[in-house]
Design a protein around this ligand. Structure first.
Ligand code: FNR
Length: 382
């Protein structure tokens, strides 16, 4: 299949990987309205075309927490990301660092943190979930520190997992019995897997020794439900602060009041996110939520945004709406599934090219030039 647009990778991934894995990434929660709105609202935001401004020199570079980024993009934490290609998180991290942008490793990664961190030159970011076992969290933070991680992404929008019905249909969640064995058998020819799914319990990176092995995929989603902590509150963040002195980003903010709380708490950044429409279906798209949050806290805290970004134009839109930088989730997972490291590298090239065109035609010479003035006011379809 010929890849010419970033969105081509979705179809390519669908052809290449087993259905349960494709739908785990592609799907959202409940009726998937928020998932759909994330993409549609963002794509519907009207950019303001400007001409004849001598746009011969243009820079996409930016900086977050003293870390330089070749463009305002980081790869989002994606649980089980390592299943989408062999040692998938390592491949994605390589492509990101080659391009000069950060890679974030999920708490529920496949590859261990030290393996990913030592595969590239720039420090990776580490994402932490709140688990009932605080000892585990402390241990995870210690491992992250030892692996040279500086930036912590603390995800707060998953006190309980949202219901993802596609996963139930595909056999990704729930007890599968024979269906599961069929899926596993079907997967053998495609992967020389050593990721643990076939029962090597030691290898599920960060979660391996934890309350029953999700590696056996008895019921991964149920495992999340048992171990994640609905009692999470701002106090837990204070507890984490004691162990973490580097930059801390709170991921999963969707309301200006919570954004203000994050500033009061002393967070270094927030990710405006609805978890890619995978948690509470029915909440606003991030394109819709972001402007009010930017009004409330822009300049007080770094604002990152994700959910629904499928093109370089979408990145430009998010920045114009008030983000300092974005995270890519599914966009890079599809590319990873379709073509591994080379796929992610090519995807990032395509994003860069699209951003350059969009910035040239909106008259923005640098990332700081993008703002509300880059949009046609009144026609924000969000
Ligand atoms: C995620 N996301 C996520 N977030 C997080 O903080 N920790 C995690 O382990 C995961 N796992 C995960 C798995 C899969 C398959 C997906 C698609 C997403 C959410 C992710 O970081 C990000 O917020 C969304 O993916 C952004 O939306 P888009 O870009 O995928 O639409």
């Amino acid at each position: 299949m010929i890849i010419s647009a970033p969105t081509d990778y979705r179809q390519a991934a669908k052809r290449r990987i087993p259905p349960f894995l494709f739908h785990y990434a592609d799907g959202g929660s409940y009726t998937e309205h928020t998932l759909q709105h994330n993409v549609e609202d963002l794509a519907g935001i009207a950019l303001r075309q400007r001409v004849l401004k001598d746009m011969s020199s243009l820079s996409l570079e930016t900086e977050l927490f003293g870390e330089s980024m070749a463009m305002p993009i980081a790869l989002a934490p994606v649980g089980l990301g390592g299943m989408y290609a062999r040692r998938g998180e390592v491949q994605a991290a390589r492509a990101a660092s080659q391009k000069g942008i950060p890679f974030t490793l999920s708490t529920v990664s496949v590859c261990p943190i030290d393996e990913v961190a030592s595969a590239i030159d720039r420090p990776i970011w580490f994402q932490l979930y709140v688990l009932k076992d605080r000892g585990f969290m402390k241990h995870a933070l210690e491992r992250a520190k030892a692996a040279g991680v500086k930036t912590l992404v603390f995800t707060v929008d998953m006190p309980v997992p949202g219901a993802r019905y596609r996963d139930a249909h595909s056999g990704m969640s729930g007890k599968l019995g024979p269906a599961r064995r069929m899926v596993q058998a079907a997967m053998h020819p495609f992967w020389a897997w050593d990721v643990g799914i076939h029962g090597r319990p030691h290898d599920l990176g960060n979660v391996s020794d934890y309350r029953g092995h999700p590696t056996e995929l008895e019921d991964y989603i149920a495992w999340l439900g048992q171990n994640f902590d609905p009692a999470i509150s701002w106090k837990d963040l204070e507890w984490i602060r004691e162990f973490w002195d580097g930059p801390m980003i709170i991921k999963g903010i969707l309301d200006p009041e919570d954004a203000r709380e994050a500033v009061r708490f002393g967070a270094d950044g927030i990710v405006v996110s609805n978890h890619g429409g995978r948690q509470l279906d029915g909440v606003p798209s991030t394109a819709r939520a972001l402007p009010a949050i930017a009004d409330a806290v822009k300049g007080d805290i770094a604002i990152l945004a994700d959910s629904g970004i499928r093109s370089g134009l979408d990145v430009v839109r998010m920045i114009a709406l008030g983000a300092d930088s974005v995270l890519l989730g599914r966009a890079y997972i599809y590319a990873l599934a379709a073509a591994g490291e080379a796929g992610v590298a090519n995807l990032l090239e395509l994003f860069e090219k699209e951003m350059r065109v969009a910035m040239t035609l909106t008259g923005a010479r640098c990332i700081a030039d993008l703002g509300p003035d880059s949009l046609v006011s009144g026609i924000n379809h969000g």
